[in-house]
Design a protein around this ligand. Structure first.
Ligand SMILES: [Zn+2]
Ligand SMILES: [Zn+2]
Length: 288
């Protein structure tokens, strides 16, 4: 049994079972998140890991399309990261361990992005980037892809080929909040393509310059109707979708507002129209 936790002691966890590999990540996001030369990260199977206290202190931050970082909101200590591309493991901030996990870091990742004032001098292999560079056939290549959890993902407009990737990843419903006839991004026949791939298709055309409460309610109805399924929500650039998701979380799922809009916050700052829309909806509708 391994134990660990954050600096203030509010968040505590236990690892009961084998752990995976460890590595050092020098990417700019890890350096910023840790305020340090690199992140030491241990792969931990989700089945071995459990929080014993303070899980409610964790704040999530989506730093890129495939990484959600968590940290203690009281003391700032980084805790676990997760990715839907590697759904079985957490990436644990290794410095949070109280005990010796036995394994030692074996690689330097993103050595090409390392801090200029830090010299890697231990002889371990240095990869310029990650193990597997993102390939065009992966979900991560879809425009503004933001995974939400195991059964929900959001993005901008997928291509025809990417609709196939989405179906192949097990999604059964596509909700499109963009228009069907915008020459800049619309597909020739998205509805037909999605249905041909065996997925359900819900189209709720939201005018970017004039979102309405009716659009939002149609989205809520579609989300409710497909609850329990693997749902992909997209628009053109994941702007409409990320706002609607935030409102769905607050009004339908009881999320606190400061956490509900993390996908939106990672993508854009709403313009006047959308900021006003959010305020109007939240002022009018009691959270339920
Ligand atoms: Zn803490
Ligand atoms: Zn990194």
């Amino acid at each position: 049994m391994l134990r660990g936790g954050c600096l203030c002691g509010g968040v505590r966890y236990e690892i009961d079972g084998p752990v995976g590999h460890a590595l050092y990540c020098h990417c700019s996001m890890c350096r910023k998140a840790h305020g340090s030369a690199f992140r030491a990260r241990l792969a931990v199977p989700k089945t071995s890991f459990r929080f014993t206290q303070g899980e409610d202190l964790l704040t999530r931050y989506i730093s890129s399309g495939n990484t959600v970082r968590t940290f203690c909101r009281r003391c700032g200590s980084p805790m676990v990261n997760f990715w839907t591309v590697e759904p079985d493991n957490y990436g644990l901030a290794m410095g949070s361990l109280d005990d010796d996990p036995g394994v030692r870091p074996q690689w330097h990742l993103y050595a090409g992005s390392k801090a200029p004032w830090y010299e890697i001098a231990d002889g371990l292999p240095q990869l310029q980037e990650d193990f597997e560079p993102m390939d065009a056939g992966s979900l991560a290549a879809i425009h503004n892809w933001r995974p939400v959890d195991e059964s929900l993902a959001t993005s901008g407009q997928p291509t025809m080929e990417q609709l196939g990737t989405i179906a192949g990843a097990g999604f059964t419903t596509v909700i499109n909040l963009a228009l069907h006839d915008d020459a800049r991004y619309s597909l020739a026949d998205e509805a037909g393509a999605v249905r041909e791939l065996g997925m359900a298709y819900e189209h709720i055309p939201v005018q970017f310059a004039a979102p309405t409460e009716g659009d939002l309610l149609a989205f809520f109805a579609a989300m409710d109707a497909h609850r329990g399924e693997k749902v992909w929500v997209h628009c053109a650039a994941n702007m409409r979708a990320s706002v609607f998701l935030g409102l769905y979380r607050v009004l339908r799922q009881g999320w606190a507002r400061d956490k509900a809009f993390d996908v939106m916050d990672s993508l854009w700052e709403p313009d006047e129209v959308w900021a006003g829309f959010i305020e109007r909806i939240l002022a009018k509708r009691p959270a339920a």
